[in-house]
Design a protein around this ligand. Structure first.
Ligand code: SIN
Length: 487
């Protein structure tokens, strides 16, 4: 049996990062971080209490004015150095993400590139923040439109992309001149600590970037209740996002919410079925299926359903499945035993309703929160496995007859993050652009996430956009100044 290097980076911090110093949690409290592949404790790190959330906000508030006054070029160069350090330390970041999250090592390397790129992209945006100047329509006044940083931000990041979600939020915030407190998910806090270390080395001034790890203990509530906070950005589930939006309403905070998805993957009768199958595999198994833009509902025209189902099942059966440290692995363990059980109960509920499990669908024995690549056919469009975000390597397939039916099924859920369509008809692609109720569409494309493209959803999938040119606007206020005409 091959033995893999499961060591943590030797300089990995285990403390909170507040005001440029590494500090213990109150009372020296710690919590364990678990390797989902082995169920072993990887390490124990600081478990902050609410007062330390406030201390981190104190530090962010104290640093806000001077950071906002820093030349955009200087902010850009710090971000660019962050990009370079992370890229140089790709081995450390990739191994760390695989250890704490369970994503396959090759996927983690992909995330290092993706995550670092947000810093490079926003280093390039920092020097392109633009205002406006013009004559008002009546000709009586001029308008000057200025941009200002929003102010101190709370960034709450999820466990599924421990690096990329931190950089996708902190990159634009720092570029815009905002200071930040990052709250990484308690399952995967280690990557954020190494990220903070990289940014410290890149020259981020004390207090500009702070990290509070822990199991919460009311930290988020206390920081959100503090009127000095000006923005909260969150990636995670819709129910949690809804709760945060309520809390954010108290001080009318700016919010960015990247919430749950339930992506339809529609294969029309004129699709290139082989291309659809390879897109489906990519959109399903990326990151163990633990992606909010993962293809969740396969909606396939009845004339190509048999061929698509057979080829997808064959493809899923060949997916490398096992220890995520193995470079041949494409699907590793899920994040926790509870998450794995939730996935399995969706499969069981489809089976009980008469659907056919063609592949997988059983939890094996042994250590680790593994769930095998699974394909289910004959699934009703309103089955639990279709109506809920699966967050695992499970592909349920339903069929349709007409384009209207496909759209009706696709749009029948309250969320609308991503969707995929496979067809050779350019007019149909354009109709999907108009009518699919989602924020992002892969048209004959299975993976589309990119720092230069706007990421975000419609309906209950959230508010705002991350990445692209829009990403930095989320951290800027627009100030209008009226001026008289010059004499
Ligand atoms: C997410 O699952 O939250 C992010 C996925 C991505 O960036 O592609």
């Amino acid at each position: 049996m091959t033995t893999f290097d499961r060591s943590l980076p030797s300089d990995l911090p285990s403390q909170l990062f507040i005001g440029g110093s590494w500090v213990d949690a109150d009372g020296g409290r710690t919590f364990d971080v678990i390797d989902p592949a082995t169920e072993d404790v990887l390490t124990s790190i600081a478990d902050a209490g609410p007062d330390q959330g406030v201390e981190a906000l104190d530090a962010a508030v104290a640093a806000q004015d001077s950071w906002a006054a820093t030349a955009p070029r200087e902010r850009a160069e710090i971000l660019r150095r962050g990009f370079e350090i992370i890229t140089r330390r790709a081995d450390d970041f990739a191994r760390l993400m695989t250890l704490e999250m369970g994503k396959p090592l090759t996927t983690s390397y992909g995330e290092v590139t993706y995550g670092a790129e947000f810093l490079r992209w926003f280093s390039e945006q920092a020097v392109r923040i633009r205002g406006d100047y013009g004559v008002l329509p009546e000709g009586s006044l001029r308008q000057l439109v200025l941009k200002r940083p929003v102010g101190p931000c709370l960034l709450i990041t999820p466990w599924n992309f421990p690096l990329a979600m931190a950089t996708r939020k902190a990159g634009p915030a720092l570029a815009a001149g905002c200071t930040v407190v990052i709250r990484p998910a308690s399952n995967t806090p280690l990557t954020t600590l190494l990220f903070a270390k990289a940014m410290q080395e890149a020259g981020v001034p004390d207090g500009v970037l702070n990290v509070i790890t822990g199991r919460d203990h009311g930290v988020t509530d206390k920081v959100l209740a503090d009127p000095r906070l000006r923005k909260v950005s969150f990636t995670g589930s819709t129910p949690v996002g809804r709760g945060l939006l309520k809390q954010a309403s108290e001080h009318v905070l700016r919010t960015s919410m990247e919430l749950g998805g339930n992506a339809p993957f529609i294969v029309f009768d004129d699709a290139d079925v082989d291309a659809a199958v390879s897109g489906a595999l990519a959109a399903k198994i990326r990151n163990n299926g633990e992606v909010c833009v993962a293809a969740n509902r396969f909606i396939v025209h009845e004339s190509v359903a048999a061929e698509f189902t057979e080829k997808l099942t064959d493809g899923m059966s060949k997916v490398g499945y096992g220890d995520p440290m193995d470079k041949a692995t494409e699907v590793g363990p899920l994040i926790t035993g509870k998450d794995r059980d939730n996935v399995h109960s969706l499969v069981e509920s489809a089976r009980a309703a008469g659907a056919t499990v063609l592949l997988g669908g059983e939890i094996g024995s042994g250590k680790g929160y593994y769930y095998p690549p699974t394909v289910i056919s004959g699934v009703a469009p309103d089955a639990d496995v279709m109506m809920n975000e699966i967050f695992g390597p499970v592909a349920p397939i339903t069929t349709f007859g007409t384009e209207e039916q496909a759209l009706e099924i696709a749009n029948s859920v309250p969320v609308g993050l991503a969707g995929y369509v496979y067809t050779r008809d350019i007019n149909r692609i354009q109709r999907m652009g108009d009518e699919l109720e989602v924020g992002m569409i892969g048209a004959n494309v299975g993976v589309f996430s990119n720092p230069a493209a706007p990421f975000g959803g419609v309906k209950e999938s959230g508010l705002g956009r991350e990445g692209s040119y829009q990403g930095i606007e989320e951290y800027l206020e627009t100030i209008y100044m009226a001026l008289p005409n010059p004499f």
